[in-house]
Design a binder for this molecule. Structure first.
Ligand code: PXP
Length: 265
C-alpha cells in the first residue's frame, strides 16, 4: 500500500564559508607570521567549514598574495576569493584559479566592504571581468544588495551566483532588533533570496552575521551558502576558533532544519 502522507520537503544544503581575513589583520598588526591565516583555514575545515573565503584587498591590509597562494595549495577546501573587479585582481585570480571569485566593491578608505556592488550601474565594466573568470572555470559571484535591479543585472552579466549583503540588516539588529528598520531590511533579504532563485541564480549571503542573526538567514530555503568571518575570529579569542565555528554551524543547521519542517506539507 502506498502511503499518501507527504514527506517533508528536503531543504537545500547550506554551506558555511569561513572568512579568515581578520586572522591576517591580527598577524599584520605586528608584521610577523603569527597568527597564520592558513592554519586558521585548516582548523576551520576540521570544524565544519565547507569553504574558505579570503579578500585580497588592493591595499593588502590583511590577506597577502602569499596567503592566497598558500590557501590554494595547502588547504583542502574550495577557496572563494573576494576581489575588486580590477585588472590586477583579475590577473591574480586567473593565475591561482580559486574555486570561486566574489566580486565586491572596494574603496581604500572604507573599514570594511560598505554596501553591495552596483552591478546594474557598472555592467559594461563588469562584463569582461565576469566573462574572463567564467572562461577560466571560476564560479563567479556578485556581492550585491537584495535589490531587484541588481539581481537582474547579475543575470544579464551571466554571473551564476549572487551573495546578498546582510550588513545593513545586521547593523539594524544591533541597534534595535525589534525595530522597523530591522524588519524592513530582513523583508528585503527574504524577497531577494526568493527572487534570486526564481531568476535561476545560486544565492549566498553574508556580512556582519553573528550567533544571534545567523538563524534568520539560514532559515531562508533558497540560500545555499553563508560567508562569515569577523564575528568568528572575534569569538575565537574567548572560546577558540573550533568551538566558534562548530556553534555557528549548529545554529545554521538547526535554523535550516526548522525551516524545512515548516515547509513540509
Ligand atoms: N561576504 C563578503 C562579500 C564580504 O566582503 C565579507 C567581509 O569580507 C563577508 C562576507 C564576511 O563578513 P564578516 O567578516 O562581517 O562576517
Amino acid at each position: 500500500m502506498t502511503s499518501k502522507t507527504a514527506l517533508p520537503l528536503r531543504p537545500a544544503a547550506l554551506r558555511l564559508g569561513v572568512n579568515i581575513d581578520h586572522v591576517a589583520t591580527i598577524r599584520n598588526a605586528r608584521g610577523g607570521l603569527h597568527p597564520d591565516p592558513v592554519r586558521a583555514a585548516r582548523q576551520a575545515a576540521e570544524a565544519g567549514a565547507d569553504g574558505i573565503t579570503a579578500h585580497l584587498r588592493e591595499d593588502r591590509r590583511h590577506i597577502s598574495d602569499r596567503d592566497i597562494e598558500r590557501l590554494v595549495a595547502e588547504v583542502d577546501r574550495p577557496l572563494n576569493l573576494e576581489m575588486a573587479a580590477t585588472d590586477e585582481m583579475l590577473a591574480i585570480a586567473l593565475r591561482h584559479k580559486p574555486h570561486a571569485a566574489c566580486l565586491v566593491p572596494e574603496r581604500r578608505a572604507e573599514r570594511t566592504t560598505e554596501g553591495g556592488l552596483d552591478a546594474a550601474g557598472q555592467q559594461d565594466a563588469l562584463m569582461p571581468v565576469v566573462a574572463a573568470l567564467r572562461d577560466a572555470g571560476i564560479r563567479v559571484s556578485l556581492f550585491i544588495e537584495a535589490d531587484r535591479r541588481q539581481l537582474a543585472a547579475a543575470v544579464a552579466l551571466g554571473a551564476p551566483v549572487v551573495e546578498l549583503h546582510t550588513g545593513a540588516w545586521c547593523e539594524a539588529m544591533l541597534e534595535d532588533p525589534a525595530g522597523a528598520a530591522a524588519a524592513r531590511h530582513l523583508e528585503r533579504l527574504v524577497t531577494g533570496a526568493a527572487l534570486a532563485a526564481d531568476l535561476g541564480l545560486e544565492c549566498h549571503a553574508g556580512h556582519g552575521l553573528t550567533f544571534d542573526t545567523v538563524g534568520a538567514i539560514a532559515a531562508l530555503p533558497t540560500i545555499a551558502e553563508l560567508n562569515i568571518g569577523h564575528f568568528l575570529v572575534g569569538e575565537a579569542i574567548f572560546g577558540g576558533l573550533d568551538s566558534a565555528i562548530r556553534r555557528m554551524r549548529a545554529l545554521m543547521d538547526r535554523a535550516r532544519a526548522t525551516a524545512g519542517g515548516q515547509r513540509s506539507a
